[in-house]
Design a protein around this ligand. Structure first.
Ligand code: ZN
Ligand code: ZN
Length: 77
């Protein structure tokens, strides 16, 4: 994956893809599901993980559940 060239003047700020605004880097998180950057205002928390949207939080929850089920299937003789 190619990294975007960091402009030193703007590198302290990141763009929230949800509300289309710039925020300090420390206020921006990456969605665990779709990897979009989002700010604290847009964050949807689910357990210990923050997501950019409720849809991602739910999709992540179901993806995790599917994986666990698949793992158990494999363990059965
Ligand atoms: Zn936002
Ligand atoms: Zn997301």
């Amino acid at each position: 994956m190619r990294r975007r060239a960091d402009d030193e003047e703007t590198s302290a700020y990141l763009f929230c893809e949800r509300c289309q605004q710039m925020f300090e880097r420390v206020l921006i998180q990456e969605c665990s599901y779709c990897f979009k950057d989002f700010c604290r205002n847009c964050a949807v928390r689910s357990g210990n993980t923050a997501f950019c949207s409720k849809a991602c939080a739910e999709a992540w929850f179901f993806a995790e559940a599917d994986e666990e089920e698949a793992e158990e299937e494999k363990r059965k003789p």
